[in-house]
Write a protein that binds this ligand. Structure first.
Ligand SMILES: Cc1cc2nc3c(=O)[nH]c(=O)nc-3n(C[C@H](O)[C@H](O)[C@H](O)COP(=O)(O)OP(=O)(O)OC[C@H]3O[C@@H](n4cnc5c(N)ncnc54)[C@H](O)[C@@H]3O)c2cc1C
Length: 480
């Protein structure tokens, strides 16, 4: 049974009809604002590709309850599901030229499938029943969602309940019979301005004083009392079409200004001694998200590798020893991160809820390796490209009737490569190394899915270091 295959046109029409709660540079804008289209069109790809023979088997999946659905709305049931999500993410990122913006939705929904199951079993509140109803809506309508986890957090040395202003972490300010009222702000929320739904989760482990911060819910992006302050960037070309020129990025600062959330959209309602579930929800989202990174980051590394190899070819240095060694470095990063994701899937475990969990250590070492290497990968590209990405003449000059031919002559490198191809490549390198989006991707490479220290915490918590100490003692001849 094929229950839903939403078209990209349906998605775009839906978001274009949403209320104007997106603010860019002091102006309330509709979701049809040109600055939002790069990200919206990348998201649309994940709908359009369902019938593409190359993606069909990866994108379509049988849900146990609802028939054939888009994998980006699926709750993972098996090792194969985790592997396919990873492969799918890598493959679409190759086409989109970077982030595909859909992992936040699927990762938060998988985390909620587990946490609501546990919370309902332990508290008797109908959190899982509500989640399942919401999941049905999500899957039937092929919902595009973002995940708002990261609170603004105030003074980092203080816990949520110790902050001078209690609103620096999102929390419940009123419990009503029909729902809750929430206040606070989340920042860095990717794609929220072009998402149909925003899933809100706690950001960290919580103490008993912080019950009101253990809140999880879902809202449409234009919900009353919700304001999105949006930073939008793009690579748009003026003189020629190219896929990398369509890349866009949309990051959002989301303010919950005493927003009312009705019960059927509340998955943890704060209060009632539920703080522990808040922390687990935070960890679970991070775990799924780090597994998604083992799909998208190898693709980004491949793009850097492709740019590095091509610019070396165009410059006539591809066969030089130091270039070959740098290309091998890039391949090693890409494939080791991917391998960690595969291992995480194979070593995964089935949660009591039925949802498949990837292995924590493999997810985190993979994500850590990716994050640690991102600036190193960019350094290789900058090294091999020379300084031109930073100093490239503007497109209007390159294509100008008077000065253009001279630029075309002097930008030439290898004889058999047309000057225009060299210009186009350097434009793309400039996007990656010197643009606003390039900078956003680099910082995301370090912090997306949690700052590096949080990966270390997750690794050290799970890894059996005592076992390794025992091995050391045995080898050194030290008696227990
Ligand atoms: C481009 C981009 C996209 C993102 N997309 C999303 C998204 O879609 N959804 C979402 O929820 N989040 C998203 N994030 C947020 C990301 O998860 C956070 O940036 C990350 O968790 C770090 O949080 P922070 O930015 O507040 O930095 P901080 O937490 O302030 O980290 C800065 C430094 O302070 C250290 N630090 C912080 N607190 C402590 C402490 N108590 N003790 C010791 N050291 C501390 C950190 O280890 C780090 O070294 C995104 C981030 C980026 C950059």
């Amino acid at each position: 049974m094929l229950i839903t295959m939403k078209t990209s046109e349906e998605y775009l029409q839906k978001i274009y009809g949403m209320k104007h709660n997106v603010i860019i540079n002091g102006e309330n804008v509709g979701r049809d604002d040109p600055r939002l289209q790069g990200t919206a069109k990348t998201l649309a790809l994940t709908l359009d590709k369902v019938n593409d023979p190359e993606f069909k088997d990866l994108l379509n999946v049988e849900s146990p309850e609802f028939g054939t659905i888009n994998r980006f709305t699926h709750i993972h049931q098996s090792v194969d599901d985790l592997l396919k999500k990873q492969e799918l993410t890598r493959k679409i990122c190759r086409i989109s030229g970077g982030c595909i913006f859909r992992c936040m939705g699927i990762d938060s929904m998988n985390a909620l499938s587990i946490i609501t199951h546990r919370a309902e079993a332990m508290t008797g509140q109908p959190y899982n029943q509500r989640f399942k109803k919401y999941l049905k809506y999500w899957q039937e309508n092929d919902i595009i969602g973002s995940c708002a986890q990261t609170d603004v957090k105030g003074d980092r040395s203080l816990r949520p309940h110790q902050q001078a202003d209690p609103d620096l972490y999102v929390h419940v300010v009123e419990h009503r019979d029909d729902g809750i009222v929430v206040r606070g702000a989340k920042n860095h929320i990717t794609a929220a301005a072009v998402a149909e739904e925003i899933i809100v989760l706690p950001t960290r482990m919580l103490t008993p004083e912080e019950d009101e911060y253990a809140v999880a819910f879902a809202i449409p992006g234009d919900w009353d009392g919700v304001k999105l302050v949006t930073r939008a960037s793009s690579h748009k070309r003026d003189f020629y079409e190219c896929p990398y020129g369509d890349v866009g990025d949309v990051e959002n600062f989301i303010i919950f200004d005493d927003a009312f959330i009705p019960n059927d959209r509340v998955f943890l309602s704060g209060g009632k001694g539920e703080h522990a579930f808040g922390g687990w929800a935070a960890l679970l989202f991070a775990l799924y998200h780090r597994h998604s990174y083992t799909g998208c980051k190898p693709a980004t590394s491949e793009i850097i590798l492709g740019f590095s190899a091509l610019v070396s070819e165009y410059s006539g240095i591809e066969d030089k020893k130091h270039v070959q060694s740098k290309l091998a470095d890039l391949i090693s990063v890409s494939e080791l991160v991917y391998a960690a994701g595969i291992a995480a899937a194979y070593k995964g475990t089935k949660d009591e809820s039925g949802t498949m969990l990837p292995d924590t250590v493999f997810c985190n070492v993979g994500r850590k390796h990716a994050g640690k290497n991102y600036y190193h990968e960019l350094e290789i590209l900058a090294d091999l490209a020379g300084g031109l990405p930073a100093t490239l003449p503007h497109e209007a000059d390159y294509y100008d009737e008077t000065i253009g031919p001279l630029l075309q002559k002097y930008l030439k490198r290898k004889e058999d490569v047309p000057s225009e191809d060299i210009y186009k490549l350097y434009r793309a390198l400039s996007d990656m190394l010197c643009s606003s989006i390039g900078g956003v991707s680099a910082v995301a490479g370090v912090h997306g899915g949690g700052s590096p220290a949080m990966e270390d915490v997750a690794i050290l918590k799970q890894y059996d270091i005592d076992l390794r100490k025992k091995i050391a003692k045995y080898l050194a001849g030290i008696q227990e």
